[in-house]
Design a protein around this ligand. Structure first.
Ligand SMILES: Nc1ncnc2c1ncn2[C@@H]1O[C@H](COP(=O)(O)OP(=O)(O)OP(=O)(O)O)[C@@H](O)[C@H]1O
Ligand SMILES: [Mg+2]
Length: 499
C-alpha cells in the first residue's frame, strides 16, 4: 500500500512515524541480534543459536535445521528460517524469531558477506526489560559455552614446532582431536585416593567464586609421580574426560627460552590441562638442591629453609635449553600464570627425588599423587574391567595367595593388564597366568638381590617424605610406610617380605 500510494521520501518518514506510534502503545520491546555486527561476527548470535538449539530439539516445531560443527561429535538443532520459539526465564517469557532476509547487492563491500542476512529478534515485555535482560543474556552466553564444550571433541595440543609463532605465522600449538578412552572408572588405583582426586577436581571446576573471594588465581597444580606404567598418563586423560578440558602437552625440550615459554602459556585457552611429562628428563632442575643438601641424607647441615626456598636463583637449563627453573616457576606460579583462568598444571615424573623442592611446594603443585604398583584394590578394578570378573567369584585360597604376592611382586598396572589382555576371553586361564606372573616376579626379585635394590628406593622415598609439604595426599602414605622407621627396620621389613 505504502509503495503504491506514497513517494519514496514520504514512505520512509511514514514508516518511522508508524514505528514510533506502535512502540508507544506496544507493551513489548524488541532486540535485534544480527549475525554480523558491522564487520565482526556477533558472538551473541552464535550463542543464541546454540542456546535455542537445546530447547528447539524438544519443541513441537515441524522444521528444524540440523548442523554438525567441525571437531564436534554431536548434532545441533536450530530454528529454521523465520521460525519462532518461546522461552521462559525467571517467570518472564521471551519470544524468539529467527529472521532471514536476502542481502542487497554487495558489489562495494571489501569483505565477503553471506548472501543472506540472518539475525534473531528477541521480544520481551517492557516491564521485564530491566529485570531480566542482563542476566538473561549472561545466562545464554554461559549455557552456550557449556553446550559448545560438551558438543566439541576434546583437543590435544602440542608445541612440536617450538615455542613461538614462526615466519609463516603458524600458531605455536598444533592440535588433534583427543579421544583417549581412559576415565576414572577404568583407572586402577586405591578407590579412596581416586575419590579424593575426583572431589578435588570437582571443587576446582566449580570454585570460581571461592578463588575470587580468596584472591587466588583460578588454577591448580598436580604432581603425578611413580614408576613407569602405573597410570600417570592415563590419569591425565581421565582428568580431561572428567572435566571436559583440552590438554596442552608441553614439550619443554622444544622450547628455547623463558620468554617462549611465556608466549606458549599466553596462547593456551582457559578450561585446559597443561601437562609437562617426565619433568625430570625435560630440564635439569636438580642443581640447586643437590648443592644445598650436601652429601649425607640426614646430615646435620640439612637446611630445610634452603630446600624449601622459592627458587629464584633457579637451576641452570640442562642440555641446550636455556629455560631456567625460575622461568618454569613463573610459568606455573608467576603473574603470567593467571592470564586466563581455570587452568590445571600437571607434571609427571618417575623420579620425584630429582625435582627441586621449590617446584613441589604448596601453591605450585597443590597435590602430590603417588601412582603406586598394583595393589589388591587396583587389581580388583582391572579384573572387573578386563575380564568382567569380581574378586569375590574367585576361590578364597586363590585370593589369599594373590593378596600375599601382589605387594612383593611390585607389578605395575600396565604389567598386570598385559597379562590379563592376552587371555581376556578365558577368565580362568587369565587368572592362572596372572598368578604365574606374580610368582615369577617375586622369585626374580629375590634372585636379583631384592634387598639392596629396594633399599635405594626406600632411601629416596624417605628423603621425599621428609621434604613433602605437610598434609599432602601421599606424604602420609610414605611416612607411614617408611619414614618413622630406622634403617635397620627397613632392611628387616624387606627381608620379611621376601622370605
Ligand atoms: N592405574 C592404571 N589403571 C588402568 N590402566 C593402567 C594403569 N596404569 C597403567 N595402565 C595401562 O598401562 C598403559 C600404560 O600406562 P601409562 O602410560 O598411563 O603409564 P605411565 O605411568 O604414564 O608410564 P610412564 O611413566 O612410562 O609414562 C596404559 O595404556 C594402561 O592401559
Ligand atoms: Mg606416561
Amino acid at each position: 500500500l505504502l509503495h503504491t500510494i506514497f513517494p519514496p521520501e514520504l514512505r520512509f518518514a511514514l514508516l518511522k512515524l508508524f514505528n514510533r506510534v506502535f512502540n508507544c502503545f506496544s507493551s513489548y520491546c524488541y532486540f535485534d541480534i544480527t549475525e554480523i555486527d558491522g564487520v565482526n561476527t556477533n558472538e551473541l548470535y552464535n550463542a543464541v543459536q546454540l542456546y535455542l538449539s537445546s530447547s528447539a530439539s524438544i519443541t513441537s516445531g515441524t522444521r528444524l535445521s540440523l548442523t554438525r560443527a567441525l571437531n564436534s561429535s554431536a548434532f545441533t538443532f536450530g530454528l529454521s528460517n523465520n521460525d519462532r520459539l518461546v522461552d521462559e526465564f525467571r517467570g518472564a517469557t521471551a519470544f524468539w524469531e529467527h529472521c532471514v532476509m536476502q542481502r542487497q547487492s554487495q558489489s562495494l563491500s571489501w569483505r565477503f558477506l553471506p548472501e543472506e542476512k540472518r539475525g534473531f529478534t528477541l521480544r520481551i515485555k517492557k516491564k521485564h526489560k530491566s529485570l531480566i535482560l542482563d542476566s538473561y543474556l549472561n545466562h545464554i552466553m554461559s549455557r552456550a559455552e557449556e553446550i559448545r564444550r560438551r558438543n566439541q571433541d576434546r583437543l590435544l595440543y602440542t608445541n612440536s614446532r617450538g615455542g613461538s609463532i614462526d615466519s609463516r605465522g603458524h600458531h605455536p600449538w598444533e592440535s588433534v582431536p583427543f579421544k583417549h578412552p581412559s576415565t576414572f572408572d577404568t583407572l586402577a588405583m586405591d578407590p579412596v585416593k581416586k575419590a579424593e582426586i575426583m572431589a578435588d577436581l570437582g571443587e576446582f571446576a566449580t570454585g570460581q567464586s571461592f578463588y575470587q573471594k580468596t584472591g587466588r588465581a583460578w588454577k591448580r597444580g598436580y604432581l603425578l609421580y611413580g614408576p613407569p606404567g602405573t597410570g600417570k598418563s592415563s590419569m591425565i586423560a581421565a582428568m580431561s574426560n572428567f572435566l571436559g578440558y583440552d590438554v596442552y602437552d608441553l614439550e619443554l625440550s622444544e622450547v628455547s627460552s623463558n620468554s617462549e615459554l611465556r608466549k606458549l602459556l599466553m596462547k593456551t585457552s582457559s578450561k585446559s590441562i597443561i601437562v609437562i611429562e617426565d619433568i625430570d628428563c625435560s630440564i635439569n632442575l636438580a642443581n640447586r638442591r643437590k648443592k644445598s643438601m650436601g652429601i649425607g641424607r640426614f646430615e646435620s647441615g640439612f637446611n630445610n629453609a634452603d630446600v624449601l626456598g622459592d627458587g629464584d636463583g633457579g637451576g641452570a637449563g640442562g642440555g641446550n635449553s636455556t629455560i631456567t627453573l625460575s622461568g618454569l616457576l613463573n610459568f606455573t606460579d608467576g603473574l603470567w600464570s593467571c592470564c586466563g583462568s581455570e587452568r590445571i598444571f600437571v607434571f609427571t615424573t618417575n623420579h620425584i627425588d630429582k625435582l627441586d623442592p621449590a617446584l613441589l611446594r604448596s601453591g605450585r603443585m597443590d597435590m602430590h599423587i603417588f601412582m603406586s604398583y598394583c595393589s589388591v584394590a587396583a587389581l580388583e578394578i582391572l579384573l572387573t574391567n578386563y575380564l568382567g570378573l569380581e574378586m569375590s567369584e574367585l576361590d578364597d585360597e586363590l585370593v589369599s595367595e594373590i593378596e600375599d604376592l601382589i605387594d612383593k611382586a611390585e607389578m605395575t598396572p600396565a604389567d598386570v593388564s598385559e597379562v590379563l589382555i592376552k587371555n581376556r576371553r578365558k577368565k580362568g586361564r587369565a587368572v592362572a597366568d596372572l598368578l604365574d606372573a606374580l610368582r615369577g616376579r617375586v622369585e626374580k626379585r629375590k634372585g636379583e638381590g631384592f634387598k639392596e635394590k629396594n633399599n635405594g628406593d626406600v632411601e629416596e622415598q624417605e628423603k621425599r617424605a621428609l621434604e613433602m609439604p605437610v598434609g599432602d595426599c601421599d606424604s602420609d602414605h610414605v611416612l607411614e610406610k617408611f619414614g618413622k622407621k630406622d634403617e635397620s627396620n627397613q632392611v628387616e621389613e624387606f627381608n620379611l617380605m621376601t622370605s
